[in-house]
Design a protein. Structure first.
Length: 93
């Protein structure tokens, strides 16, 4: 196989791993923020969301957003593992 193509696949896999690392850091930071916001319940947050929004709505939307983010990260992880395995196989061939 072409060495340049192999290097591009392996570089894409490395970029995927870095992206997964950053996504895990973002997920950890938002979880700490979630715990802090819901324990403190600042009035400014409800003012940002609008007049008819309560803490139950904020919690539901936040958890759904995190769930969607985790699904996207899961798909990225599958693609990254596939790229890593494919890059190794190309390097051997």
């Amino acid at each position: 196989m072409n060495d340049a193509f192999t290097m591009k696949v392996r570089s894409a896999a490395a970029a995927g791993w870095w992206t997964l690392l950053i996504a895990a850091a973002v997920l950890s930071v938002q979880w700490v923020g979630y715990l802090w916001i819901l324990s403190a319940k600042p009035a400014w947050l409800l003012a940002l969301w609008g007049p008819d929004v309560g803490w139950a709505t904020v919690q539901t939307v936040w958890l759904w957003a995190v769930a969607v983010f985790k699904v996207c990260v899961w798909v990225l992880a599958l693609v990254t593992v596939w790229l890593t395995l494919w890059g190794r196989r190309l390097a051997r061939a």
